[in-house]
Design a binder for this molecule. Sequence first.
Ligand code: ATP
Length: 352
Amino acid sequence: MATVDLNDVRKVYAGGFEAVKGISIAIPDKALCVLVGPSGCGKSTLLRMIAGLETISAGTISIDGKVVNSIGPTDRDIAMVFQNYALYPHMSVYDNMAYGLRNRGTPKPEIDARVRATAKTLELDQLLDRKPRQLSGGQRQRVAMGRAIVRNPKVFLFDEPLSNLDAKLRGQMRVEIKNLQRNLGVTSVYVTHDQLEAMTLADMLVVMNGGLIEQVGAPMDIYEKPASTFVAAFIGAPPMNLLALTRDAQGRAMVAGAVLGGDVADNVAIVGLRPEDVVIATGDGQSPAFTLPVTVEAVEPVGMESFLHCAAGGVRIVVRVPGRSMASPGDHLEVTAGRDRLHFFDKDGKRV
Ligand code: ATP
């Protein structure tokens, strides 16, 4: 049982740069919390503070209800899995996994039992005598995971553990990590800049920007109701279309030169629309929020779907169509969207 609570945590580096500007999060027991955000947003700094590898300038971090600010990394009962695996090259897989337990003076038979059981779970049991250089990237990543698991810690911390793997392996390892974490039930904090990894892994997703939290929630709640244009553009690929809202002489709301039907609050400045919510008009009597003539500029087929990059009234809009698209660059189409698919933001980018 372990909760992780951050209370107004700040980090000011020597030299005065404030990398983390007051972050509060309550991570429930057994949850997998993913910190996601662009490079430099402070997510690794925050993780390193939880690990005890970085001092905390202000605020408190508690593990299992106990403030750990002044407790050293080895006494926090956490295990960290790094991007570069941090394996000892001269040691076998077995010794790499046993290392932490030996350091703690765990009795030899117990070490042996724990290493072998963990190796079995991770399908490393045939590789225990190998050195890291004799392993594939995915196997090395598993050893790094194994080394964390054998210690049976209260909390796992993951610092971009999959970023050195190719796309296919990353996909496989993502599923493995999710299953492992769920089966072991160990509270985990996972840092990534990859929104897909974040969406698929997280029970609790924390979107960070510039040392602050933009939004916290379940991944699909964030996807469906982004709190800001930053989140709307960061979560989802291709990102949400963000179109400026203007008013015509009669005060009607307009996007990309088309009238937007229905009432639109005065403070709306930006209209968001996910590529999958833009529909090619069929003229079958539906009553969309707007109808927009567009010109196809590029077609991107990615297998099960295609993305049409279109121009409309001086703006660009990406449209997702299932399967293979019949459209070609230069085609003129009309696109529409249902009123309930629109997202509204004010001039500061906050959801209205
Ligand atoms: P990335 O995805 O690139 O790893 P990140 O979100 O993990 O980025 P951090 O590594 O936490 O970002 O860094 C946050 C900010 O703090 C960055 O602007 C970085 O330059 C700065 N920073 C990191 N370490 C130090 C340091 N030791 N001294 C001063 N500034 C630092």
